[in-house]
Write a protein that binds this ligand. Sequence first.
Ligand code: ZN
Length: 83
Amino acid sequence: MTTPSLLDGLPLPTLPGMVHGIVAQEPWGVQCDDCLRVFSDERLLFAAQRALFNLYVPGTRKCGDCWRAAGWAYGNDGWRRVS
Ligand SMILES: [Zn+2]
């Protein structure tokens, strides 16, 4: 279950010195490139796990829903094409 963020839907700049998609601190916020939802958590790792990079599509960070819509799934064996 994802708690909606006030930042959802606004394309936000990556914070200076941070990896692409990290748009907030305290708590950490990580944004999906497609739907622009922002996933927040006090722990950066937990926020980042909800909007993932895909090694086959470098530089793009998306949430699970958007990766699935783009034909990708992530499981125990890594990324795989599903459509
Ligand atoms: Zn998304």
